[in-house]
Ligand binder design. Structure first.
Ligand SMILES: *Cc1c(COP(=O)(O)O)cnc(C)c1O
Length: 424
């Protein structure tokens, strides 16, 4: 039981945390069961693909014959239930990996339809939904974009999807909620979307932004028919250990097109030195199922605690989790600032810094981000961010250990209490 040996929590908050944790028991057991399943999946992929010491040497220059790189791709493919994969430190972010996948697959005259509503903020400029013409978006290359809006309850519009995807090149799904309060889609939801698309348009490529979704469930979208999934290695699959990078996994022919876009035609996956990043990428993937479980326990604890304090949380108590996020509708900027600065106070790194909202590149409004992480900006580590705009909610995710995640969440609440913004 957490006491005030090392921190100075309001005694009522300490008491409340005990009750909250008790209420989380069943959820925690389920999270651990999923971690065991995914841990076994990852371990067997390491064994089946003969991961050995030689995989960790890394390479420089062209990186010809880098066995670590090639083995990591095979391990990722097996774990994701895909034909092939491209896991590289060269992806500078999740957005970059998504952009490579989009430009890799789409050609002038093609159409892309987002079937889960408007994509994540940073994708807007990539696609050309916002931003200035002439900077090299998909739109500049003559690729047209359309979207199927969500129904009022946040679920996808299956009839609308069937009407919109006939003959289009790419149907685009975003699993996680992004900076919205719509539900995160589970793999079962995605299976239904896949079925709807393939029924009317069997050749349409189904691409899934899988950011924050990896290892939260027993299956990945590729296990239920998605053609291509994309994610960031400073989120779930990097396990808090990979220093940077991203991955693309899916159909072999499509992964080849993506590799040709990341490097160039004629080179594809054959070149690309790994410097000294291989070991961290392997170790990160190995740790990922358990680290994701810690993040999910943190997210569940936060949801229970903040729900009890009267804030609306997403997902709600009995909703199935599809990602590691808990979104909390705090209602105003003061609460958001207190919450984020409280989270930062509990960070193992940069705890003494107070984050402020600023105009981040790629985002349409000011954003405040609390992230005191070993890897800069890594949101598999406990982090909270919020665009300063309606609905004045904060998106909380990560926690590579549950203890630090729980303490971080409690410090966020403590900060709101200390500033007189809430009372217990
Ligand atoms: C994090 C995230 C991305 C990519 O963001 P980066 O900061 O570029 O890694 C894309 N889509 C969703 C839903 C995300 O959560």
């Amino acid at each position: 039981m957490l006491d005030n040996n090392f921190f100075d929590f309001n005694p009522k908050l300490l008491e409340l945390a005990v009750k909250v944790e008790y209420d989380c028991k069943e959820n925690f057991a389920e999270i651990e069961e999923i971690a065991e399943y995914n841990g076994a999946k990852v371990l067997s992929a390491f064994i089946n693909n003969r991961v050995g010491e030689s995989c960790f040497y890394g390479s420089s220059g062209y990186g010809y014959g880098d066995t670590g790189r090639d083995t990591l791709d095979r391990v990722y493919s097996e774990v994701m239930g895909a034909e092939d994969a491209l896991a590289r430190h060269n992806f500078v972010s999740g957005t970059h990996a998504l952009s490579v996948a989009l430009f890799g697959v789409l050609r002038t005259g093609d159409k892309i339809v987002a079937i889960t509503g408007k994509p994540y903020d940073t994708l807007e400029e990539v696609i050309g939904i916002s931003g200035v013409d002439g900077k090299g978006s998909l739109k500049d290359f003559g690729i047209t974009y359309n979207q199927v809006d969500l129904l009022e309850d946040g679920q996808v519009d299956i009839d609308g999807i069937k009407n919109a995807v006939k003959g289009v090149k790419v149907a685009y799904i975003q699993k996680s909620r992004g900076y919205t309060l719509r539900p995160t889609y589970t793999t079962d939801d995605i299976a239904e979307m896949v079925k709807a698309v393939k029924e009317v348009s069997p050749n349409t490529i189904i691409m899934v932004d899988n950011c924050y979704g990896e290892f939260v469930e027993k299956c990945e979208p590729t296990n239920v028919g998605a053609d291509l999934i994309i994610g960031s290695l400073i989120k779930n699959p990097g396990g808090g250990i990979a220093k940077t990078g991203g991955y693309i996994a899916g159909r072999k022919d499509l992964v080849e097109l993506c590799a040709n876009r990341l490097t160039c035609v004629g080179i594809g996956k054959d070149i690309g030195c790994t410097l000294s990043q291989n070991k961290e990428m392997f170790m990160g993937l190995f740790f990922a199922p358990d680290v994701v479980a810690n993040a999910n326990k943190t997210a569940t604890f936060a949801m229970e605690l903040l729900t009890r304090l009267g804030f609306e949380c997403f997902p709600k108590r009995n909703e199935k989790r599809g990602d590691i996020i808990t979104a909390v509708r705090l209602g105003n900027e003061d609460l958001i600032t207190a919450f984020c600065q409280g989270i930062q106070k509990g960070a193992p790194v940069d705890s003494y810094i107070a984050p402020e909202a600023w105009e981040m590149p790629g985002y349409e409004s000011k954003v405040i981000m609390a992230a005191g992480a070993f890897n800069m900006g890594a949101s598999i580590e406990l982090s909270a961010d919020a665009p300063i705009r309606e609905p004045f909610a904060v998106w909380l995710q990560g926690g590579i250990t549950y203890t630090s995640g729980k303490i971080g969440v409690m410090l966020a609440v403590q900060e709101m209490i200390s500033r007189g913004l809430i009372s217990l």
